[in-house]
Design a protein around this ligand. Structure first.
Ligand SMILES: [Zn+2]
Length: 477
C-alpha cells in the first residue's frame, strides 16, 4: 500500500469538546463528521489517506502531532469550527509552506457558498520564526492547513450554513485537494472509473440523513460469496469500528435489500430484520450490485472473484519491489505475503480476477498464488482491456512502450511527479526539435495521456501526450 499522501485531523475529541461549540453541535463532533466524510471520499477517489482519530477520543497535542508526523503523509487537513464572533471560513497555513493549498481550499469553499474571512499565518509572540498554532508548528515536514469552516457563534449566517451545508463544505475541500495534488476528482455521484463491472447507471436520489420512508426503486444485492458484511447505525460514519453488526449473504445464497436512501456515495440505507434501519457500504469494488431489480442478483454482473473481468493490470518495469497481500487481510504494510519484481521481467502483466477495495485487485501469481495487490493511480501501474501477453510470447517484452515526441516541437512541458501536470507547475521543457525528435521509455502513467518518463535534464517527470499533441506511442524505441 502506498503511504498516505494526506492525513485528516478532526480537531479536539473526548474530554476536549472544542471552543467552536454551540447549542446545535459540539466542535469535536462536527469536525469528526466532516473528517470521516472526507476520509471516505478520498478513499473512493483513490487518494491514499490516513486520519488521526475516527472516534470521540481525546488526543493530547503531543499525540496528535506525533501521529501526523509519523504518518508519512505530505499534507494534513486539520478540521475545526471557529468561535469568537466572526463570520466565514478561515484557512491557516505555516509561515514556511502551505499557502497555495490554503488559497485553493478557500477558493473552493467560496464556490460552495461560504464566505472567506481570511487566509493567514500567525507567529508566536516574540518569535517570528515559529508558527503560532501547534498543529502547524509541531507537524514537521507535513504541510498542515487548519481549516475553520465557520463560526459557532457567528452573528451572520454561519450557524445556518454549517447546519445545512457542512458536508458540502467538506466536499469542497476534497475537490480543492484533488485539484491541487493532481488526483482526478469526481463528484460523489460521478462516473466510476474503476475496473469493476458496470452497475445500473440509474442514479439513486440523494437522501441526506436517510430519513426517507419512501422507496428509491433501487435494490442492493450482496453476493453469496460473502459471509460477513458490515452494517452501521444511520447516524454514525460507516467506517470500521462503528459497526452495528454483520450480514451474512453466504448463508442465504446472497441477499437483496431495497435502497431507502443514500447519505453519501456508495453508502445506502436499508432496512434489515436483525439490525433495523442501517447504513451499508456498497462500492462496486465490494461485489455489491445496485439495480432496479428486486429479484436475485444472479443474473446481474458481479465481481465474484471466480469470474474473469477481462481487464489486465500492468506493473511498470521501473519498479523492483511491489507488495502483494494474502486474500482476506487488509492490504496494508506489514501484511505482505511477498513482493513482485516487475523490473526483473521488463514489467509484469496480470489478469484482474476481482477487486477487494478501491484500487485493490486480485491476481494469480506463480510465486504466491492468488493475492491482493494495490495499484492506485499514483503507482506505476496501468489497467487495460487488452492482454499484452497475447501479443508477446516473450514475457520479457511485456508492457514496454515508448513515447515519441515529434521534431516539429521545440518546447514540451514536463512536470514533477506528485504535482498536477498543468501550466504553472512545469519543472522544465524538452526540445524535441533540437534532437530531431525525442523518444522515452514509458515508466508509468498518472492519468489518461499523462506518462512518467526518465529525462536526462529533469530526472523522472510527468509529460502530457494526448494524441492531439502530435506525440505517438509504440512498442519500438
Ligand atoms: Zn478547534
Amino acid at each position: 500500500m502506498a503511504r498516505p499522501i494526506l492525513i485528516i485531523d478532526p480537531g479536539h475529541g473526548g474530554r476536549d469538546p472544542g471552543g467552536g461549540t454551540n447549542r446545535y453541535w459540539k466542535e469535536k463532533d462536527l469536525a469528526l463528521k466532516i473528517s470521516l466524510y472526507q476520509y471516505n471520499r478520498y478513499r473512493d477517489l483513490g487518494v491514499p489517506v490516513a486520519i488521526t482519530r475516527t472516534t470521540d477520543k481525546y488526543l493530547s497535542p503531543d499525540e496528535r502531532t506525533r501521529i501526523v508526523r509519523d504518518s508519512g503523509a505530505k499534507y494534513c487537513h486539520s478540521n475545526h469550527l471557529n468561535a469568537g464572533g466572526g463570520d466565514g471560513a478561515e484557512v491557516i497555513h505555516s509561515i514556511y509552506d502551505g499557502k497555495a493549498i490554503a488559497q485553493k481550499i478557500a477558493d473552493e469553499l467560496r464556490k460552495a457558498g461560504q464566505n472567506i474571512r481570511r487566509v493567514f499565518t500567525r507567529t508566536l509572540p516574540g518569535n517570528s520564526s515559529l508558527d503560532y498554532y501547534f498543529m502547524i508548528r509541531e507537524t514537521g515536514n507535513v504541510v498542515t492547513n487548519i481549516i475553520e469552516y465557520g463560526f459557532a457563534d457567528s452573528p451572520g449566517d454561519d450557524i445556518q450554513q454549517l447546519r445545512n451545508n457542512h458536508l458540502k463544505y467538506a466536499e469542497a475541500v476534497v475537490k480543492a485537494f484533488c485539484d491541487y495534488a493532481g488526483y482526478t476528482y469526481r463528484t460523489p455521484s460521478g462516473e466510476e472509473q474503476d475496473v469493476n463491472i458496470p452497475i445500473n447507471p440509474a442514479p439513486v436520489p440523494s437522501n441526506p440523513g436517510g430519513g426517507s420512508n419512501g422507496s428509491t426503486g433501487q435494490y442492493i444485492h450482496l453476493p453469496a460469496s460473502e459471509n460477513s458484511w458490515r452494517v452501521y447505525p444511520v447516524d454514525v460514519a460507516p467506517v470500521k469500528g462503528n459497526e452495528k453488526g454483520f450480514l451474512n449473504p453466504a448463508k442465504f445464497g446472497g441477499l437483496t435489500y431495497e435502497i431507502l436512501g443514500q447519505p453519501q456515495a456508495h453508502v445506502y440505507i436499508i432496512q434489515t430484520s436483525d439490525f433495523g434501519r442501517v447504513q451499508i457500504y456498497g462500492h462496486p469494488s465490494t461485489g455489491a450490485v445496485i439495480n432496479s431489480s428486486p429479484g436475485s442478483s444472479t443474473t446481474s454482473p458481479s465481481t465474484n472473484t471466480d469470474e474473469k473481468t477481462e481487464k489486465h493490470l500492468h506493473l511498470s518495469a521501473s519498479e523492483s519491489s511491489w507488495r502483494v497481500y494474502p486474500i482476506g487481510v487488509d492490504p496494508v504494510k506489514g501484511n505482505e505475503v511477498g513482493f513482485l519484481n516487475p523490473k526483473k521481467f521488463g514489467g509484469l502483466t496480470y489478469e484482474i480476477l476481482g477487486s477487494t477495495g478501491a484500487h485493490v485487485y486480485i491476481i494469480e501469481t506463480s510465486d504466491f498464488g492468488r493475492v491482493q495487490i494495490y495499484a492506485g493511480p499514483n503507482t506505476a501501474s496501468t489497467i487495460s482491456d487488452e492482454d499484452r501477453r497475447a501479443s508477446n510470447s516473450d514475457v520479457k517484452n511485456t508492457g514496454d512502450r515508448y513515447l515519441h515526441l515529434p521534431k516539429s516541437e521545440s518546447s514540451w512541458r514536463v512536470y514533477p511527479l506528485n504535482t498536477s501536470p498543468v501550466k504553472g507547475n512545469e519543472k522544465g521543457f524538452l526540445n524535441p526539435k533540437k534532437f530531431g525528435g525525442l523518444s522515452y521509455k514509458i515508466l508509468g502513467t498518472t492519468q489518461a495521456h499523462v506518462y512518467i518518463i526518465q529525462t536526462g535534464d529533469f530526472g523522472k517527470v510527468q509529460i502530457y501526450a494526448h494524441p492531439s499533441t502530435g506525440a505517438t506511442i509504440s512498442n519500438k524505441q
